[in-house]
Write a protein that binds this ligand. Structure first.
Ligand code: UGA
Length: 451
């Protein structure tokens, strides 16, 4: 059995035991995927109901493929869950996967859970074990946590290993990442991580060794770049509207240049979710603390362009309903921040629905998966999982999350359900000519008739 030299001791690589602290999207997926590689894994969370569900193989959110993998790994006996931190005592590697949401009173990330996790595990973990942060954190966090860990438990170490999974593709992204980034201060920590990710290394996944701050920065830089790409195309959409152009054709044309690429150039109501919006804000807040705020001033504009896209849809609705929304039925297709997810955190679709509802309209929101979480957040809105009920008698239809079922709608049949055949395609994903041919008045962001 191969051994890994580590901080004056050796660890048997094949027998590495792993703990995962925090079992949300990131932690639950990571725990199930690492278990599927053959490791013994214990998932820890302070939320007893989450742990009870996971222990029975139930994923408390919608993520394709995860529930099957979870059940399979629990059945294998390798994967267990607990609310008791003592259960991690025997583990060699501890992944911190807790959330870092935006603070309530500012732009920064709330580090309460990350610090709490470190304080909880530091005194318990055994000598020679490695703590690995995966949460998205402000640069400088890892070094500070490492200092604190070594104060409490000097025979341990801390590394950082940012995660790049996308919701909706979480399992595949975790098992087949396009790169692995490890922030370490010594070879021993890197070697342990190479054992954990041995399969990916055999598969040829690029491996990037970095120092702690660079590894933290890679994550926020990547999300800032993605956010910038989306806001760039949405800025072009505004110009297209003003100049009579078509942003979908523009995106296609510039995307053929391999230096630009055609992915993440889908113009529409912009980005939401639990990551991109809060990550760019936390990055700005951290840059301010570091005295480097000018370098990230552009992200403020990226954020504004993004939020403006939501307002542009609301303006179009007002225009189409002759400025009088009171009592008018508005059918909203989609509540999740993107398809194949039930996540409604900072969802552009839901934000638009809420604002139109506040203006007096009778808003009925359909979503195949997210009505539960959405209703919890905004109980005053009307939600349905019955598409016909949503569309029946509507004076305008808003397509706001691009679920496949909406692309499969028959425009002729839908016309028979609604009161007025007016459609706003907030994602530029519906077949405009088919809807127009069926007699619909179609508007889409960034296309000539959206002015
Ligand atoms: C994002 C990143 O893509 C992941 O790499 C990263 O690991 C993750 O955040 C994270 O930090 O944990 P995710 O939030 O799941 O992943 O969603 P994305 O697929 O990036 O989409 C974000 C938003 O951008 C969605 O609201 C989507 O509708 C919107 N979007 C995406 C567009 O408006 N246009 C596009 O062309 C692409």
């Amino acid at each position: 059995m191969p051994t890994v030299p580590f901080r004056g001791t050796t660890i048997s690589a094949m027998a590495l035991k792993i703990s995962v602290i925090g079992t949300g999207y990131l932690g639950a997926t990571h725990a199930a995927c690492i278990s599927s590689l053959g490791f013994e894994v214990i998932g820890i969370d302070t939320d007893a109901s989450k742990i009870a569900a996971l222990s029975q193989g139930k994923v408390p959110f919608y993520e394709p493929e995860l529930e099957d993998l979870l059940s399979q790994e629990i059945a294998s006996g390798r994967l267990t869950f607990s609310t008791d931190f003592e259960a991690i005592k025997d583990a060699d590697v501890h992944f911190i996967c807790v959330g870092t949401p935006q603070v309530k009173d500012g732009l920064a990330a709330d580090m309460t859970y990350v610090r709490g996790a470190l304080e909880a595990i530091a005194p318990i973990i055994k000598a020679g074990s490695l703590v690995v942060g995966k949460s998205t954190v402000p640069v400088g966090t890892a070094a500070a946590l490492r200092t604190r860990l070594l104060e409490i438990n000097p025979k341990t170490d801390l590394a950082w290993n940012p995660e790049f999974l996308r919701e909706g593709f979480a399992v595949d992204d975790t098992l087949h990442p396009n790169r692995l980034v490890v922030g370490v201060t010594n070879d021993g920590a890197e070697n342990i991580l190479k054992e954990v990710y041995a399969k990916n290394l055999i598969d040829g996944v690029p491996w990037v060794r970095a120092d702690l701050p660079t590894s933290e920065l890679v994550k926020v830089a990547a999300n800032s770049f993605l956010a910038t790409k989306i806001s760039f195309i949405n800025a072009m959409a505004e110009i297209c509207e003003a100049a009579g152009g078509d942003v979908t054709v523009l995106a296609k044309a510039i995307g053929y240049d391999p230096r630009i690429g055609n992915r993440f150039l889908q113009a529409g109501i912009g980005f939401g979710g639990g990551c991109l919006p809060k990550d760019i804000r936390a990055f700005m807040a951290r840059a301010q603390e570091l005295g480097a705020h000018q370098a990230l001033e552009f992200l403020r504009e990226i954020d504004s362009i993004n939020l403006r896209a939501r307002q542009r849809v609301i303006d179009l609705v007002r225009k189409d309903l002759s400025e009088d929304l009171v009592g008018k039925k508005v059918a909203v297709l989609g509540a999740a921040f993107k398809p194949d997810s039930d996540d409604v955190r900072d969802s552009p679709a839901l934000d638009i629905a809420v604002q139109i509802h506040a203006a007096g309209a009778n808003v009925v929101v359909h979503d195949p998966k997210a009505t539960g979480p959405a209703a919890k957040r905004f109980p005053a809105l009307t939600f349905t999982e019955d598409l016909n009920e949503c569309l029946k008698g509507a004076e305008i239809v808003l397509h706001l999350t691009e679920w496949k079922i909406y692309r499969e709608l028959d425009p002729v049949a839908v016309k028979g359900l609604v009161k007025s055949a007016i459609l706003i395609d907030g994602r530029n994903m519906l077949d405009r000519s088919a809807w127009q041919a069926a007699g619909w008045h179609v508007r889409a962001l960034g296309r000539a008739d959206s002015r």
